[in-house]
Every structure is written in C-alpha cells, then in structure tokens.
Design a protein around this ligand. Structure first.
Ligand code: SAH
Length: 254
C-alpha cells in the first residue's frame, strides 16, 4: 500500500442497472460538493447498453436450476472493459455479501487506488466468470443481504471520498471520526450550553485546550468500552489511556 500519499482526486466508475439511483444519491452534501469541485469523478455504466438483446435483457436463469435470475457475464464484462478503457482504471471491486468486510481501514486503502470500478449486482448475483476474469477484489458492507450492490457501492464511495484531501471543510474532521484512531468519537454538543434536556459539560465551555483534549480522549475510551469493547482488544494503549481506563472503571464501580 502506498500509505501517506496525498490523494487529490478520486474516480469511481460504477457498473449498475440503476445509474440514476447512484448519481442522485451522490449529488447531495459532501459528495455533491466534491463532484462539483472535481475532487470526485463519478461515471456510471449500465450493462443494458452492452447487450445484444433487443429488449435490453441482461439476466437469465441459473444453470442447474433454482430460484431467481443471474446477471449474464458478457454485458458485465463488456461494461467493465469499456470503463477500464476510458478511465484507465484497473482496480475492480465486486460488491457482494461474500466479500471481505469493508471498514475504515479498507476505506483508507481504497483511497490509494485513485481509480476504482465498483460492480453492483442485482437478482441472485452475477455469473461467476465475471469474477474470475475481471474482479480484483470482493467487498461486503456487512453480514446481511440487500437487493442490489448500489447502496453498498454508495457507502464505499462516500466513506472513501470524505478521506480525500480537500473534501471536508476542516481536514481534521475525518481524523477525529470514529474508528480513524481505533476509538469511537467522543460526545459532541452545540449551543445552547444549557436547556431543558441537560447541560453541556463545564470543561467544554472553559477553553482549556489540554483539559478538553483529555476529557475527549477519556469519553472516547468510555464510549468504546461500553459500546465496542472489541475495538480496544486490537489496539495498543498509551500509558495515559491505560490510566484513563482505570479512572473510568473506578468511576463506574463507585
Ligand atoms: N445470492 C447472493 C446475494 C445476491 S444479493 C448471495 O447469496 O451471495 C444481490 C446483489 O446485492 C449482489 O450481487 C451484491 O452486488 C449486492 N449485495 C447484497 N448484499 C451485499 C452486501 N452485504 N455487501 C455488498 N453487496 C451486497
């Protein structure tokens, strides 16, 4: 992996039967702004444009029988090859529940590719020959099955895009996001400092930056211990973090 390389523009080519769904979803918010500012290039390819069938049919019954339909290999392979030809992209990712789990670390690794083709399946999935001949990597967004690869592809594009230099207004935003340092993000508050729903912790109102940083680290640890203790098992703790965890444990026991 080319870690540390600053990526200033990402290109995603999405192979999908529902190009509008993908384009419309990314037109909003952070990703929409990234597209306008040319930090994110998005191109969709519909396999129906690559079939010889007069009706645009791209699916057929599975050999061996069984329920549902399977996306045919030829239109998908032609679409991928056309996308490769135009974008010069070489990393092809098939979105599938059978793939390697996507997470923040994978998002950082994807960012290093700069140009990625995301293949979204539908129906029962795609003809295995597409995977054998064109796919470099299979990526899952979780141990559950959704009806199509578009929403999984959107999750990947959004997560990768916000890591790119210049996409978030404040470059530190993504650094303090949950998972980026192996912890969940600390609690956040905004004005007013007090209302019928509660008070903002005093330390955040005081302006003492080192006290605020310490409080945030402690609350990140508290939250991670409570909600995602598994994250702490795979993370090396500093001495300060170990002390804070002892404090949290004695507070919770008292
Ligand atoms: N029969 C397949 C699932 C097909 S779901 C199987 O058991 O593996 C239809 C399409 O949705 C898939 O081709 C894939 O592109 C997408 N998809 C479904 N769940 C997904 C997940 N968890 N992660 C990524 N893509 C998924």
């Amino acid at each position: 992996m080319l870690s540390g390389q600053v990526i200033t523009s990402m290109r995603f080519d999405v192979i999908t039967l529902f190009p509008d769904l993908v384009e419309e979803a990314l037109r909003h918010g952070i990703t929409g702004r990234a597209i306008k500012e040319n930090l994110l290039t998005l191109k969709t390819w519909n396999p129906r444009d690559f079939t010889d069938s007069k009706t645009g049919r791209i699916d057929d019954k599975p050999y061996g029988g069984g329920p549902g339909m399977v996306m045919e290999s030829e239109p998908l392979i032609k679409a991928i090859q056309k996308a490769k030809e135009l974008s010069g992209s070489c990393h092809v990712v098939y979105m599938s529940p059978q793939g390697r789990s996507f997470n923040q670390k994978r998002a950082e690794e994807f960012l290093q590719h700069e140009k990625i083709i995301l293949l979204s399946g539908r129906y029962e999935g795609i003809d295995e020959r597409v995977i054998e001949s064109e796919v470099d990597e299979i990526c899952s967004v979780g141990d559950f099955v959704v009806s199509g690869g578009e929403i999984p592809a959107l999750l990947v594009i959004d997560a990768v895009c916000r890591l790119e230099e210049g996409v978030l207004g404040d470059p530190d935003s993504s650094k303090q996001d949950s998972f980026s340092d192996g912890l969940l993000e600390f609690p956040q508050y905004t004005r007013p400092d007090s209302n019928e729903f509660g008070d903002v912790p005093d330390v955040l109102l005081g302006g003492n930056h080192s006290e605020i940083a310490k409080w945030r680290l402690k609350e990140s640890l508290r939250r991670t211990l409570k909600l995602r203790p598994d994250l702490l098992k795979s993370r090396e703790l500093t001495n300060q973090e170990k002390d804070l965890i002892s404090e949290i444990k004695s507070e919770e026991n008292s």
